[in-house]
Design a protein around this ligand. Structure first.
Ligand SMILES: Cc1ncc(COP(=O)(O)O)c(C=O)c1O
Length: 333
């Protein structure tokens, strides 16, 4: 059904290679008895120094930043934040200064690998919190940039604010168009819920377009209250886009089947899931986000939760550089 683009009125800059491909996973399906039809949406291929979901959010966040006359992006994260790396790449593309506020004590430079290495290559400045509250260091950096005559734009954790989540509302419009062309229908969309912006944006898009797919967030324990966060963010994003949507409890579906493992802990389930997809389809996940979500999906398939006739779409949200920094944990038996 043709519709007016939901996000066309908002400032947006081109950053991503779109549309990202959708394809099926025949060898994985063969290797997993009882596996329903499984599609994958390749947001690991969005571009920006190896891709990932933040590229879509950053199209709107940078659009907003530039519309406000900002010249410096400031954002927080962990040392292996995919979000920080993509923000650094986006800043480089638009000639902006980028300051990353990374949690923890400063790491010696010969241990800067994965995303952190890329942050440096991309020209981002790194400030370590050194155990101080993140917000305190963020406020300090904002004040310093402003005092130096710069115009700061703060991107909160993971870009998970309505402006950023809008990237995934647009992504669902893209998905709906692809499904229509391919004559496909999707019953469930499975993704990892980290800081919640991707899940919230997808949910708003699915509701607004009446796609009829359940959105399942695999909790990776990046934040304490993923359910409450996604609810609030979905409502705020719908309001930001002037959409009148009615959410009910059944719209918010979360699993943490691999729990209770803390954020970033790599278990046998993630190791097996990553190898399974890599060795059946040649697709690499990351251990902290997509690998955990995929491991949970595999456990649900093995538990016979899904009907063999239904179609599930796994949304690959990137993270490859983070994987490259975790070889010791991944090679463990
Ligand atoms: C590879 C990857 N996938 C998924 C996510 C989670 O996205 P969100 O924070 O929007 O929940 C992240 C967050 O950093 C990520 O790096």
């Amino acid at each position: 059904m043709a519709h007016q683009p939901l996000t066309a009125h908002l400032p947006r800059v081109p950053l991503a290679f779109l549309p990202t491909p959708i394809h099926d996973l025949p060898r994985l399906r063969h290797a997993l008895p009882g596996c329903p039809r499984l599609l994958i949406k390749r947001d690991d291929q969005t571009g920006l120094a190896s891709g990932g979901n933040k590229t879509r959010k950053l199209e709107f966040l940078l659009g907003d930043a530039l519309a406000r006359g900002a010249d410096t992006l400031i954002t927080p994260g962990g040392p292996q934040s995919n979000h920080c790396r993509q923000t650094a790449a986006a800043a480089a593309r638009y000639g902006l200064r980028c300051v990353l506020v990374l949690s923890g004590e400063p790491l010696p430079r010969d241990r800067w690998d994965g995303n952190l290495l890329l942050d440096d290559l991309l020209g981002a400045e790194v400030r370590w919190t050194g155990g101080r509250p993140r917000e305190e260091v963020m406020a300090e950096v904002v004040a310093e940039v402003a005092a130096g005559g710069g115009r700061p734009y703060v991107i909160p954790t993971g870009g998970s604010v309505p402006v950023g989540a809008t990237g995934y509302v647009a992504a669902v419009e893209e998905l709906a168009g692809q499904l229509a062309v391919q004559g496909e229908r999707v019953d469930r969309i499975v993704l990892v819920a980290g800081s919640g912006g991707t899940h919230a944006g997808v949910l708003v898009g699915v509701k607004a377009l009446d796609l009829g797919a359940a959105v399942i967030g695999m909790n990776n324990f990046a934040i304490p209250d993923i359910g409450g966060t996604v609810r609030a963010l979905a409502a705020a994003t719908a309001e930001y886009l002037s959409l009148r949507l009615n959410f009910t409890d059944t719209d918010f579906i979360f699993y943490d089947a691999c729990g209770p493992h803390a954020y970033g802990v790599i278990t046998a389930a993630e190791r097996e899931g990553i190898r399974l997809l890599a060795q059946t389809e040649g697709i690499v996940l990351d251990p902290v986000y997509t690998g955990r979500a995929f491991a949970q999906l595999v456990s649900l398939i093995r538990a016979g939760i899904f009907h063999p006739e239904e179609t599930i779409l796994f949304w690959h949200t990137g993270g490859l550089p983070g994987l490259l920094a975790r070889s010791a944990d991944l090679l463990r038996e």
